[in-house]
Design a protein around this ligand. Structure first.
Ligand SMILES: CC(=O)N[C@H]1[C@@H](OP(=O)(O)OP(=O)(O)OC[C@H]2O[C@@H](n3ccc(=O)[nH]c3=O)[C@H](O)[C@@H]2O)O[C@H](CO)[C@@H](O)[C@@H]1O
Ligand SMILES: C=C(OP(=O)(O)O)C(=O)O
Length: 501
């Protein structure tokens, strides 16, 4: 991609903006990028798309500014946009997809199996899963995706590489979850930067500190990190300063084949972590305390291949529930689990949204005027940060002032300027957004800066007067499957286009 970008202009802007500050400080500020990568960019070399977009974001620059030739196809992931004609009441039923944040760790953990195959059902067809499949294949696993059946078959008997390709890890956050299985299977693993949504600082220190306490040897060489083990890993007491989602998963997976018992204190309690733990136990692991903040893992010597169905995606379900509320519609969520909603259900009910459980189907409707809301994102069972941009779009339609505080990520308000462009009245005050409604939302051309911000724009587009164009829509497809089919079957007029507008 480097040759099609004006890398000199990008390098100059980066140099000017950092002034006298060291690359290490700038890398910290940007997050998910190493000082060595920044040095390469400053020398006119370009890297993966995610890093490029992250640096542009930090520079407050539009990525299109750096494109020398026709942008068509240059930033493959940028060239997709959605067109939405707003104003319809959405109704009907939608099948909730398999959970992104359970599928990805489970795909990674399947590489622990040295003999036999793993069959995964209800695998969401999203870009992050496709990247995970490519990453597993690049390491030697045989992976077959039966798309129509949403079934993945993984045979990891013959892994041949312990190097995680930067090109692939740069595409998704959950690539970091390949560290634990590779360390166990190959005795060493190396990684550079990991990708994922750009939400501010996304540290990995709990992961690495935990691996070291299990006996891993870590060597850092610029942007390149290598972990190895001499003999078995050993169980230990691990404490997470804050309940990191992937941090808990990585250490839990590593501990399954360690010698002795590991305790993870202040473990994350998201339902996806329980899903991963149940998968591991089915393979022969011994994990207890599942669903609580203290996990005990008794190491075993081998795990075997199993067949497993990925849990439904509570963020997907929550987003469709909010879509019903926004359009005063009625949507049946097929396969959703109400107890996974956590505080999100209570908050939506406060706004005037009704839920009715009918076995494994949840009916969501809203007839009344929406009431304003106070939301603070918090680790599970608190309000999920991955639903924050969507509820902000909904709050813009409520009658009164809502307060939305983001406490998990330091930069997760990328939806705000885009929603404001569409007529929402939102002001930022530190880590809180003050949303005054009801706003008259009008169609506009907006950008999906990250996955959930993109979904908030779909929601706003559905109620907007006129046409909304969402650029950079492939961000949405990182985590949301069958967008065209699932939204249009509810009555939303939505289409996708690739290439220049
Ligand atoms: C693939 C996946 O499952 N992604 C989810 C996961 O991301 P992810 O696992 O990256 O999120 P974490 O829970 O680890 O991060 C939450 C916060 O903890 C901080 N932190 C984390 C690890 C660490 O070693 N040190 C540290 O300081 C981060 O900078 C961040 O501010 O949980 C997030 C919070 O629920 C969700 O938004 C993401 O959808
Ligand atoms: C932040 C998210 O994903 P990731 O951690 O994969 O970037 C998300 O799913 O909203």
């Amino acid at each position: 991609m480097g040759s099609m970008l004006d890398t000199q202009q990008l390098a100059a802007l980066l140099r000017a903006r950092r002034g006298e500050r060291g690359l290490r400080d700038i890398a910290q500020e940007i997050g998910n990028v190493s000082p060595a990568t920044l040095s390469r960019i400053e020398n006119g070399k370009m890297l993966d798309v995610e890093t490029f977009l992250r640096v542009c974001d930090w520079l407050d620059a539009n990525p299109q500014e750096f494109i020398k030739e026709s942008p068509q196809g240059v930033l493959n992931s940028q060239a997709l946009h959605y067109r939405i004609e707003g104003g319809q009441r959405l109704e009907g039923s939608v099948v909730v997809q398999g959970a992104k944040n359970a599928a990805l760790p489970i795909i990674a953990a399947s590489l622990l199996v040295a003999r036999g195959q793993t069959i995964l059902r209800n695998v969401p067809l999203i870009r992050d899963v496709f990247a995970a499949i490519e990453l597993a294949r690049s390491l030697g696993a045989k992976v077959t995706l039966h798309e129509e059946d949403q079934v993945l078959v993984i045979d990891a008997s013959n892994l041949h590489s312990s190097e995680l390709s930067q090109e692939l890890t740069g595409q998704f956050r959950a690539s970091v979850l390949f560290l634990a299985p590779l360390l166990q299977r190959m005795e060493k693993v190396s990684i550079e930067a990991v990708g994922g949504c750009s939400l501010g600082k996304r540290s990995l220190d709990f992961h690495y500190r935990g691996f070291a306490r299990l006996g891993a040897i870590l060597t850092e060489n610029g942007r390149h990190l290598e972990m190895s083990r001499a003999g078995n890993l050993h169980g230990n007491y691990l404490y997470l300063d804050t309940p990191s989602h992937t941090g808990t998963e990585n250490l839990m997976v590593a501990a399954c084949l360690a010698q002795g018992t590991t305790t993870i204190e202040n473990a994350a309690q998201e339902p996806e972590i329980a899903d991963v733990a149940n998968f591991l136990n089915l393979m022969g692991a011994r994990i207890s305390g599942i669903g609580t903040g203290v996990l005990h893992i008794e190491g075993v010597s081998e795990l075997s291949g199993v067949e497993y169905t990925i849990m439904p995606d509570r963020i997907d379900a929550g987003t469709f529930a909010m879509l019903a509320a926004a359009t005063r519609g009625e949507i049946s969520l097929v396969g959703a689990q109400l107890h996974h909603f956590g505080v999100a259900r209570a908050k939506l009910e406060q706004m005037g949204v009704e839920f009715e459980q009918d076995g494994p189907v949840i009916h969501v409707r809203s007839h009344e005027t929406l009431r304003p809301i106070n939301v603070t994102t918090w680790p599970y069972p608190g309000f999920a940060t991955d639903l924050q941009p969507q509820i902000m779009a909904l709050a813009a339609l409520a009658s009164g002032t809502s307060y939305i505080r983001e406490t998990i990520f330091d930069k997760r308000f990328a939806a705000v300027p885009e929603l404001v462009k569409m007529g929402a009245n939102i002001t930022l005050d530190g880590e809180a957004a003050v949303v005054k409604g009801p706003a008259h939302i009008t169609g506009s051309t907006v950008t999906a800066h990250d996955l959930r911000a993109g979904l908030a724009l779909v929601l706003a587009g559905a109620v907007a007067e006129g046409e909304t164009i969402i650029e950079n829509a492939s961000m949405i497809e990182r985590g949301c499957s069958a967008v065209m089919r699932r939204f249009s079957q509810l009555g939303l007029t939505i289409s996708e286009e690739r290439g220049n507008l």
